[in-house]
Design a protein around this ligand. Structure first.
Ligand SMILES: Nc1ncnc2c1ncn2[C@@H]1O[C@H](COP(=O)(O)OP(=O)(O)OP(=O)(O)O)[C@@H](O)[C@H]1O
Ligand SMILES: [Mg+2]
Length: 296
């Protein structure tokens, strides 16, 4: 609860490595800040590169680095102000090769909670940008420990991205009975409006796993240009079509209240689902119809 009694909305963004989590999260934070909300973006990746496009491409010291250097830390020393007043925090990671990065997330969140920072800053949103696939239990921390209420996953229509999303759904389902975060939906990134099948694939996966698509985000050179200038698209190209797409995503997330337990596919179901789509894509692209049975 923030100090005026309003609820703080805490959101975790997950997805396969390199799929566009930090780019999407930073544009989401920027768009929410432009709507007048007080936003904190909390990078939960040892690379500590979540927030740099909110701060002109600069990197900030991480909570774990500060703790290692100083022993104890005033949380304010780990909070840096970025675009339109967004509070930027990077949890950081253990020294390379030792320790658990998931514990780093717990340590960093605990530090801010112990010092009542969320209330003091009167935040409306805390958005956690969490590292890649849920290969390590540590990265389930924002779901498991009740840190976030809503999870969104960034996925393209590529199988490996969908595979990672399905694994995440398994994690959400597992902790859903013990107060874990629930799934808000999929943010479909790099889904081209011109493609005959990308949207259909991701739509079908969402339907099969009982979730929804929050927004379709095309791959855009405006994002590349903005990133090269060290900024989000919202800041660097506010009048662009791409900025409009991110603003629409922010509006939908702002209106979103009702997260749910997803129904992930079992490995054999996922394989069959992928094989069906393999056939359909071939049929769409070439007009040729081929099934697994026909290949035997
Ligand atoms: N819609 C898009 N259009 C163009 N480029 C994009 C888009 N989304 C992401 N990118 C680019 O893809 C690259 C990877 O994006 P990003 O760093 O956001 O991924 P990530 O999921 O956070 O990666 P990691 O798992 O390493 O943290 C970046 O160079 C980014 O600019
Ligand atoms: Mg990232």
């Amino acid at each position: 609860m923030a100090k005026n009694g309003k609820a703080i909305k805490q959101i975790a963004i997950y997805g396969k490595g390199g799929i566009g989590k930090s780019t999407t999260t930073s544009n989401l934070s920027a768009a929410l800040a432009d709507l007048g909300y007080k936003v904190m973006q909390f990078g939960c990746d040892p690379k500590a590169d979540s927030t740099n496009t909110l701060r002109d491409g600069s990197y900030i010291p991480t909570v774990l680095e500060l703790l290692r250097d100083r022993g104890s830390v005033n949380a304010h020393d780990a909070i840096f102000v970025g675009y339109n007043g967004i509070y930027c925090v990077e949890a950081g990671g253990p020294a390379p090769g030792v320790g658990c990065a998931g514990r780093g997330i717990i340590t960093a969140v605990q530090l801010l909670k112990e010092q009542d920072i969320f209330e003091e800053l009167d935040l409306d949103y805390v958005i956690y940008d969490v590292l890649g696939d849920v290969v390590c239990g540590g990265f389930a921390v924002p779901i498991r420990e009740g840190i976030a209420q809503h999870v969104f996953t960034v996925s393209s229509s590529d199988f490996m991205a969908i595979y990672a999303a399905n694994n995440l759904f398994k994690g959400i389902q597992k902790y859903s009975n013990s107060g874990g975060a629930l799934l808000g939906g999929i943010i479909a990134n790099s889904v081209s409006p011109e493609s005959n099948y990308q949207r259909s694939i991701i739509d079908d996966f969402a339907a099969r796993t009982s979730t929804q698509i929050m927004q379709y985000i095309p791959r855009s050179v405006t994002v590349t240009q903005s990133e090269l200038s060290g900024k989000t698209t919202i800041e660097a190209a506010p009048d662009s079509a791409q900025a409009k797409v991110y603003r629409e995503l922010a509006r939908r997330i702002d209106e979103h209240v009702d997260s749910k337990t997803p129904t992930p596919l079992e490995p054999s179901q996922l394989r069959d689902w992928a094989a069906e789509w393999s056939d359909q894509i071939l049929a769409i692209e070439t007009g040729e119809v081929r099934t697994e049975a026909a290949n035997i």
